[in-house]
Structure formats: structure tokens, C-alpha cells
Ligand binder design. Structure first.
Ligand code: ADP
Length: 150
């Protein structure tokens, strides 16, 4: 059984995340979308709200579940028996950042990180830009799933 976690802040989930998750569904038996809780970060949306957005988006996908965790991602993987970490890559900056984390995680735990390259249609989307638009009362309907718009 191939179980992966897709860790992130998802503040909020965007169509970029949705693209990566949908394309990963055929690759794994189970995908846990894992919202990392970092006490030092200021989030726009409460954890429960972020979780609800994701659950509503994937309510028709039995392979996809949503969870929250704190602490090291590899420790969480071990706790729930996930052998893979899924991440998306948008640009060289993502690559440089992700490379060090993935190599460290593999050294610490043997857990492999699987990268999917962003789709051309969603490569420019980021949660931070979406938050900026929302704060300024702009329209994000082409950037996020419908659960976030409501
Ligand atoms: P984090 O704070 O861990 O970066 P995010 O919620 O911003 O959490 O992102 C979670 C994952 O989704 C990361 O692997 C990120 O690279 C990926 N991601 C975010 N936006 C996109 C996008 N537009 N296309 C592909 N991957 C994306």
C-alpha cells in the first residue's frame, strides 16, 4: 500500500494544490493532506477552516483524507505509516528550498519525497498572492476551489 502525505499550510488551498493532488491520486493508494501547525506563524484562516476547505474540495475522492499535525513532518509520517512525502515544484526557488529539505528528510528517516512539476495553467498561483487579493477584496474565483470562494 502506497501512502503519501502532502504537507503544507494551505492558507488557503489553491487550484495549484488541487492540480498536484489530483495528478497524484493515480500514483498512490492513499493521500493524506496534512496541514502543518506552526505556533510561530500567523495564518489568515483558522486550522479548522483550512481543513474544511480541503475536505469539501475532495469529498468525492475516497483516497484523499485531511489531517493536521505539529512537529517534524518525518515523525508524523512514521506515526501514520506514510512512506512518501508529496510536494509541488513551481520554479527554481522551490527546487533549491525543497532539495535541502527532501535530502535531510531522507537522511533522517529514509522517507522519499516525490515531486510533481506544476501545470503550466497553475504554475503562477500561490497562497500568499491569493491572501493579498482577498485582503483587498479582489476576486480569487479563478485561483481557488469553490469551497474557498463561499
Ligand atoms: P508550505 O508553507 O509548506 O510551502 P504551501 O501550502 O504553500 O505550504 O504549499 C504546499 C505544497 O504545495 C508545496 O509543495 C508547494 O510547492 C506546493 N504548491 C503550492 N502552490 C503550487 C502551485 N501553484 N503549483 C504546484 N505546486 C504548488
Amino acid at each position: 500500500m502506497k501512502k503519501a502525505i502532502f504537507p503544507g499550510s494551505f492558507d488557503p488551498i489553491t487550484l495549484g494544490h488541487v492540480d498536484i493532488i489530483e495528478r497524484a491520486i493515480p500514483l498512490f493508494d492513499e493521500i493524506v493532506i496534512a496541514i502543518g501547525i506552526n505556533a510561530d506563524k500567523n495564518y489568515m484562516y483558522e486550522t479548522e477552516k483550512r481543513k474544511n476547505f480541503i475536505e469539501e474540495t475532495f469529498s468525492n475522492q475516497p483516497k484523499v483524507t485531511t489531517a493536521t499535525y505539529s512537529g517534524l513532518t518525518v515523525e508524523y509520517c512514521k506515526r501514520i505509516n506514510a512512506e512518501f512525502i508529496l510536494r509541488g515544484l513551481r520554479n527554481p526557488a522551490d527546487f533549491e528550498f525543497e532539495k535541502a529539505i527532501a535530502q535531510t528528510n531522507r537522511k533522517l528517516s529514509g522517507i522519499e519525497t516525490i515531486f510533481l512539476l506544476t501545470s503550466a495553467e497553475t504554475s503562477f498561483i500561490s497562497s500568499s498572492i491569493v491572501r493579498d487579493i482577498i485582503r483587498n477584496n479582489g476576486d480569487v474565483s479563478v485561483l481557488v476551489p469553490t469551497s474557498v470562494i463561499k
